[in-house]
Design a protein around this ligand. Sequence first.
Ligand SMILES: [Zn+2]
Length: 109
Amino acid sequence: MQLDDERSAQIAGIQRWRRSVVRLWIVTMLAALGVLALLAGVALPAAVEALLGTALAAITGLALCNMRRGACPSCGERIRFQPRIELPPACTNCGASFFAPAEPSDRAP
Ligand SMILES: [Zn+2]
């Protein structure tokens, strides 16, 4: 069915975006930890410290922009992540589900 295909494509798109948000945040966290460890453990020239700080700010901005890009495919309402960057199960505005309905074959007999 045409509508079902469209729905699953939208849900797949949201899931792809969610994974990219999580991946980018993990990279950001690792970069932040690395920079902090470097700054704490090694005496670096001021220019290098400034460069590291700028790079960290850039990747954090990128992660934030990517996170804010997500929108409900049904109504366009921006998706707000819940704590611990979890995707809400459905749009808070129109109630459209962000997850594909479970297949009956997935359930144990
Ligand atoms: Zn919506």
